[in-house]
Design a protein around this ligand. Sequence first.
Ligand code: NAD
Ligand code: ZN
Length: 344
Amino acid sequence: MRALQYRAIGAAPELVEIETPEPGPGEVRLKVTAAGLCHSDWFLMGLPAEQYVYGLPLTLGHEAAGIVDKLGPGASGVAVGDAVAVYGPWGCGHCHACRQGRENYCVNAAALGIAPPGLGAPGAMAEYLIVDDVRHLVPLGGLDPVECVSLTDAGLTPYHAISSSLSKLWPGSTAVVIGVGGLGHVAVQILRAITSATIIAVDVDDDKLALATEVGAHRTVRSDPDAASRIRELTGGVGAEAVFDFVGAAGTVQLAREVVAIDGAVQIVGIGGATLPTGFFSTPFGASVRAPYWGSRSELEEVLDLARSGSVRVHVERFSLDEAPEAYRRLHEGDIRGRAVVVP
Ligand code: NAD
Ligand code: ZN
């Protein structure tokens, strides 16, 4: 089969021919119908050799949808031909977090060497994908795989962050979304769908701000040195009850600190590597700062339900597997509006 692999530190991803994998005991093989590109792929491809822990060669792609193609020995609960989305943050299945469906916070995954597809295990940028367990498959229930594949990360991750800040997002509150890319443009829609907060979207790119308005942001602010005072002004000096930073760079976590309201919440989702010192004299009284990771199995079902009800729609740019290296190049250059999706 054909697969897009990251094969050497610092090299561009490459389309190669590899053996079609066979599902082992309990595993399921999918014929991939869609695979989303995430900025996190660029994070790992930017790591120096001494920090790179994902294995080489690595088939990329941690947002996956497919058709069940073959069941491994003992696998049951799905049938050949079923259309499914893949829950990506695989855990051990047995710890307290996993039993709650919060496998994104599995305490054993790292020690057991369990990694998500495309982030250690072979990913979805290929004709076929092996999923380790039926519990990681969610029926698409009529959703189009290309339109909804990115909900497995670009939808699930903001949904998880927003859900855990819901108590701050009362009617009359303000939510700031920094970075209106793949995750951010879905975050704006989720905020519209499940809260009555006023949404202020922040980005460096005017076209991304235009997209933010199209998908429901009430106000937009350019990410520049005046952004904090502009947001303070828009909130009558109070600041934002919740700030979702989908960049995580030094400038954006600083902006989050400057605009979060007293007793507000900052969620640093972007993995730009910056830290936000939190303490009595650093952040406003009562403000919390959190760096969430991905989301739970039940939250993925909820996000897919939001798509089914028409409240959330990913803006998709489609690419073939041949065009995937070009799609990655464009993502790197900030030239994707919404999410890039590969259709093998
Ligand atoms: P993306 O490239 O699609 O979007 C990033 C957006 O941020 C773009 O619109 C860009 O113009 C904007 N931006 C860049 N610098 C900015 C700045 N200084 N101020 C304001 N806006 C700025 O990326 P994505 O795929 O949506 O991913 C967003 C981030 O979330 C990445 O860091 C990614 O690695 C991370 N991520 C984290 C998790 C998690 O579980 N925590 C999951 C998925 C992705
Ligand atoms: Zn676990």
